[in-house]
Design a protein. Structure first.
Length: 244
């Protein structure tokens, strides 16, 4: 079974490497040149600007309403609130038009969980938004630096509740799917190795030879000894009855 054990260890190590790629990616101050170029072109695209404007206006209403309902005292204009329930203070702003545009024309539509009022006085409030990651940025290293780069370089284009991206976490479905595929692949490989190991390590049958266990051999030897003793006893009886 050593072959199966080695195979399981190899598959497990490969899966662990894939699953931790996002966490193990080296933290960089900037994105790659290709990523920066693609991001800048996307933000200048008229279709992206139009859909982003629509999403921003729609999300502002959802965030303000959520903040008013989950906090005891809320001042949206100043970004301050008191008595907020952090679990309930999550405004869902996944914009279907932005998701479709991003996936069709630019790259992958991901989700960003952001605290827009973390610095102003409402750290419990979270907004969950659609965030378009250009294709050239859709790798572990660039995704790691993308939000910080966007927050710093394009801060002049944002204001109000849309200003702060310092407390933000980006999550993309593509990386999760990769991990799931790895898990399924590992299960299939391990399952296929079980019958193979049984075939390799099972003793083959030999024509004209019967394989018996150690206990069966000992039992057979004992029977032979008993037969020899009976045979000897019988012969002794015959000799005693002979006429001399």
């Amino acid at each position: 079974m050593s072959l199966l054990f080695v195979a399981i260890l190899a598959v497990t190590a490969q899966l662990a490497t894939s699953a931790s790629e996002e966490r193990a990616a080296p933290r960089r101050l900037t994105t790659s040149t290709q990523c920066r170029t693609s991001l800048d072109l996307m933000l200048k695209d008229p279709n992206w600007k139009y859909v982003n404007n629509s999403m921003t206006r729609w999300c502002r209403l959802r965030l303000e309403n959520k903040m008013a309902s989950c906090c005891g005292l809320a001042n949206f204009a100043e970004g301050k609130a008191e008595g907020c329930n952090e679990e309930e203070c999550v405004a869902e702003c996944l914009h279907q038009n932005m998701i479709t545009l991003c996936n069709d024309d630019f790259g992958e539509s991901c989700i960003i969980d952001r605290k827009p009022f973390f610095k102003t006085g409402a750290p419990a409030v979270t907004v969950r938004e659609s965030f378009c990651v250009p294709q050239d940025c859709n790798n572990a290293a660039d995704r790691e630096a993308l939000v910080a780069w966007f927050a710093a370089l394009y801060v002049g284009r944002r204001n109000g509740w849309h200003l702060d991206y310092d407390e933000a976490r980006l999550a993309c479905a593509g990386s999760t799917v990769t991990v799931l595929i790895g898990i399924v692949t590992a299960i299939v490989i391990i399952a296929s190795l079980i019958p193979l190991s049984i075939f390799l390590f099972k003793a083959p049958k030999q024509a004209g030879q019967t394989l018996i266990s150690q206990s069966e051999m000992q039992e057979s030897a004992k029977q032979d000894e008993d037969e020899d003793m009976l045979r000897a006893t019988g012969m002794g009886s015959d000799d005693a009855g002979m006429m001399r």
